[in-house]
Design a protein around this ligand. Structure first.
Ligand code: GAR
Length: 201
C-alpha cells in the first residue's frame, strides 16, 4: 500500500509540484492533499491542475479548531511535508504525527534559521554576511522554528558576485534535485541509497 502524504505550503508551490509529480511515477507513496493558509497561493492552482485535493484554512481554524487535524485523520495521512509553509505548526497536530512532519529550509541550519528567516530574507542575509556557501536543510519539525533533528543537507558555493536572486536559483535547483528522494528514503526507511548517503546526517 502506498504511503499517504499531505503537503502544507503558503506560496508558489514549486516544491509541492515537484513532490506531487515525483510520486505520480512511484509506487512508494502518493500525495493526497495540499493544504494552505493562503487562498490565493499559486500552490493551489498547481495542485488542482494535477488533480490533487486542496484545503484552505484560516489561522483561527488552524490554531483554535481541530478542522485541519480532522481532515488529515479522515484522509488517513501518514506523513506531512512542509514545503514553503510559513506558519508555526500547531502542537496537537505534531503530537498526532510524531516524527512524521518534515520541513525544507533554504539554508544550512542551524545558521539562518528562526523567526523571519525564510525565502529571500535568507538569501539577502547570505550576501550581506559574505558567506562562501549556503544550501538546503531537510529536518523533522518540532515545536520550535527550524530546530528539529536534521535529516539531510546539501551545499552550494556562493560567489562574491552572486545576488540574492542567483542564490535563490541555486537553492531551487538543490530542492528540486533532492527533496522528493529524501522524502522517499525516509518513508521507505532506505537510508542506504548511495546517491544520497554522502549527505545524510
Ligand atoms: C523554498 O525555497 C523553501 O525552502 C522555503 O520557501 C521556498 C518555497 O518555494 N521555505 C522556507 O523559507 C521555510 N522557512 P516554493 O513555494 O516554490 O516551493
Amino acid at each position: 500500500m502506498k504511503t499517504r502524504i499531505a503537503i502544507f505550503a503558503s506560496g508558489n508551490g514549486s516544491n509541492a509540484e515537484n513532490i506531487i509529480r515525483y510520486f505520480l511515477k512511484r509506487d512508494t507513496a502518493e500525495v493526497l492533499l495540499v493544504l494552505s493558509n493562503s487562498p490565493k497561493a499559486k500552490v493551489l492552482e498547481r495542485a488542482k491542475a494535477l488533480n490533487i485535493s486542496v484545503v484552505t484554512f484560516s489561522k483561527e481554524d488552524f490554531y483554535m479548531s481541530e478542522s485541519v487535524l480532522n481532515r488529515l485523520l479522515n484522509e488517513k495521512i501518514d506523513w506531512i511535508i512542509l514545503a514553503g509553509f510559513l506558519l508555526k505548526f500547531p502542537e496537537p497536530i505534531l503530537q498526532h504525527f510524531k516524527n512524521k512532519v518534515i520541513n525544507i529550509h533554504p539554508a544550512l541550519l542551524p545558521k539562518y534559521g528562526g523567526k523571519g528567516m525564510y525565502g529571500m530574507n535568507i538569501h539577502k542575509a547570505i550576501v550581506e554576511k559574505k558567506e562562501s556557501e549556503t544550501g538546503i536543510t531537510i529536518h523533522f519539525v518540532n515545536e520550535n522554528y527550524d530546530e528539529g533533528k536534521i535529516i539531510f543537507q546539501a551545499k552550494t558555493e556562493v560567489l562574491g558576485t552572486d545576488t540574492p536572486e542567483i542564490i535563490a536559483k541555486k537553492i531551487h535547483t538543490l530542492e528540486q534535485q533532492y527533496f522528493p528522494k529524501v522524502i522517499e528514503n525516509l518513508i521507505t526507511e532506505n537510508p542506504q541509497d548511495t546517491r544520497l548517503r554522502g549527505h545524510m546526517q
